[in-house]
Design a protein around this ligand. Structure first.
Ligand code: HEC
Length: 240
C-alpha cells in the first residue's frame, strides 16, 4: 500500500513538474541569528532593491535595534536622501511609475519570503538569462516573461540558456555563465544568502524573540516531564 502511494505521488509530482516545465528551485540555508550576514543583506537590499521595492512593514529603527546597527552606519549606509529612523523602508519609486516603466508594479517585499519562500526568491534572482526577444533583454527561469530587469547582472555576470528539444517543445535545460560579473559565483551566492537572511527576518521580525523562546519552552517541558516521572516513581515505589 505504502509503495503504491509512493509511486502515485511520484507520478503526480512528475506530471506537475513537467506541465510547468520549470527547473527545480535551489535551496538556501537561512540563519536570521547570523548578525553580520543580516546586516550585509540589509545593505545589499538598500543598494540593489530599494530603488524599486518597498518594505512597508519594517522601520529603520527596528532594524537598527534588532541588529545593533550604530546611528553612524544607519545614517551613512541606510538613510538615503531625507529618510528618517522612524520611517519604514519605502522605495522612492511609485507603483504607478513602475507599471509605466517596467510594465508591472514592483511588489512590496515585506512578506515575499513568506509568500514565495526564501528558496524561490534565491532561485529567481539566480534565474535571469539573456533573451533578446524581451524588452529588458532578459528572461527568468522561474518567472517567465518577467518585467524586472536583471539588476544583479553586473555582479553575477550574464547567463546564456542551454536549450533542449523534447517532443517538439523547446525548454531551457540550464543556464551557463556567458560573461563573468564582478563577483565569483561563490561570492554571488553568499551575497544572495545574506540578502535572503535579511528578507526572512523582515517577513517576521518577531522571529528573533520567538525562536529562542521556543527553545526555553521545550527545555521547560523536558524538565517538567522528568520531574513528573520522578514523582510518579516515588508514588508507586511501595506498590511494586
Ligand atoms: C529596476 C527596478 C527593480 C529593482 C532594482 C529590483 N526589482 Fe524586483 N521587481 C521589479 C518589477 C517591475 C517586478 C515585477 C515583475 C513581474 O511581475 O514580472 C519585480 C519582481 C520581483 C519579485 C517577484 C515577486 C513575485 O512574487 O512575483 C521579487 C522576489 C523581486 N522582484 C525581488 C527583488 C530583489 C531581491 C531585488 C534586489 C536584488 C530587486 N527585486 C530589485 C523591479 C525591480
Amino acid at each position: 500500500m505504502k509503495r503504491l502511494l509512493a509511486v502515485t505521488l511520484a507520478a503526480v509530482s512528475l506530471t506537475v513538474g513537467a506541465s510547468e516545465g520549470l527547473p527545480p528551485i535551489q535551496s538556501v540555508d537561512i540563519d536570521v541569528f547570523d548578525r553580520d550576514s543580516v546586516r550585509r543583506g540589509a545593505e545589499f537590499y538598500v543598494n540593489y532593491c530599494q530603488g524599486c521595492h518597498s518594505l512597508k512593514h519594517i522601520r529603520y529603527s527596528r532594524l537598527a535595534a534588532d541588529y545593533d546597527i550604530s546611528d553612524e552606519i544607519m545614517k551613512s549606509n541606510f538613510l538615503l536622501g531625507e529618510r528618517k529612523m522612524h520611517e519604514t523602508l519605502q522605495s522612492a519609486m511609485k507603483p504607478e511609475d513602475s507599471e509605466k516603466w517596467f510594465g508591472a508594479p514592483a511588489p512590496d517585499l515585506s512578506l515575499a519570503a513568506r509568500a514565495r519562500g526564501a528558496d524561490w526568491i534565491y532561485s529567481y534572482l539566480r534565474g535571469f538569462y539573456l533573451d533578446p526577444s524581451r524588452p529588458t533583454g532578459v528572461n527568468n527561469l522561474y518567472l517567465p516573461n518577467v518585467a524586472m530587469p536583471n539588476v544583479l547582472g553586473g555582479l553575477q555576470g550574464l547567463q546564456q540558456p542551454v536549450i533542449s528539444h523534447e517532443g517538439g517543445m523547446e525548454f531551457v535545460e540550464r543556464l551557463e555563465l556567458a560573461k563573468p560579473g564582478s563577483m565569483t559565483p561563490d561570492q554571488f551566492d553568499e551575497a544572495l544568502t545574506d540578502l535572503m537572511n535579511f528578507l526572512v527576518y523582515v517577513s517576521e521580525p518577531s522571529m528573533l524573540q520567538r525562536l529562542p523562546l521556543g527553545k526555553y519552552v521545550l527545555g521547560f517541558m523536558f524538565l517538567l516531564t522528568y520531574l513528573l516521572y520522578r514523582v510518579k516513581k516515588e508514588y508507586w515505589k511501595d506498590v511494586h
